[in-house]
Design a protein around this ligand. Structure first.
Ligand code: CA
Length: 234
């Protein structure tokens, strides 16, 4: 069980979330604004943060960016906003998962357990993966390409690490939504595409001129060293 911090301004929803998470056995603290939440996150080092986007003082995405500057604590966004830009924006700002309001406590519980499980399994594999000139330090969550460090968001890192654990294998977008986004019942291929294109840009390549990441049309994507790529392209 975990220490969970809830950052939520709605006076009806906040106590319900606190109660639901306590009943699931977690220790829960809460804050009604972005700045109060950030302060608590720094002071109490929770295991997990549940963050609303529509906050009265600072937008949740900004809260997340500020939090990411000082902490890698897992963050689940809980928001009524279900449009693609909000979702992608939050994930790119470093959110680990996203639940759309209204959600049931069972849904929230499933997300919380999935995120905590992912963090725990991350701790159990202090390995480094190497694919050609790419070095992926799973424990330190750092990536080097030809000796230079590549700055990735947490989601981009997870995506790259997942592919690097299966070098040369075509991984489907559905697989990625399940394994990287933890969305077995939904999610959009577009989300994967957007993150893949960011990842490509950071690795200095494009879909049209792939080096490490090759899209196999209608199937998925494969990570392999540039000289191991069959030349079927995008
Ligand atoms: Ca709100």
């Amino acid at each position: 069980m975990a220490e969970v911090l809830i950052i939520e301004d709605d006076d009806r929803i906040r106590p319900l979330l606190v109660k639901a998470l306590r009943e699931l056995g977690h220790t829960v603290t809460s804050a009604p604004s972005g700045m109060a939440g950030l302060q608590l996150a720094v002071d109490s080092s929770p295991d997990l943060v549940v963050l609303d986007l529509g906050l009265p003082d600072v937008d949740g995405t900004q809260v997340l960016s500020m939090l990411r500057a000082v902490s890698q604590v897992p963050v689940i966004i809980a928001s009524a906003r279900d449009d693609d830009p909000s979702l992608v924006g939050a994930l790119d700002a470093g959110a680990d998962d996203y639940v759309v309001k209204p959600f049931t406590s069972a849904q929230l519980d499933a997300r919380v357990r999935a995120v905590l499980r992912r963090v725990a399994s991350g701790r159990e594999r202090p390995a480094t993966l190497t694919v050609g000139g790419l070095t992926i330090d799973l424990a330190g969550r750092r990536v080097h390409l030809d000796g230079r460090e590549v700055e990735l968001t947490p989601r981009e890192f997870d995506l790259l690490a997942h592919l690097a654990e299966r070098p040369g294998e075509v991984v489907t977008k559905r697989d990625l939504l399940v394994e990287v986004w933890r969305q077995p019942w939904g999610g959009s291929d577009k989300t994967v595409d957007v993150h893949l294109s960011w990842l490509r840009r950071k690795l200095g390549e494009t879909a049209a001129a792939p080096r490490y990441l090759t899209t196999v049309r209608g199937v998925g994507v494969r990570l392999a060293p540039p000289d191991d790529q069959p030349d079927e392209g995008d």
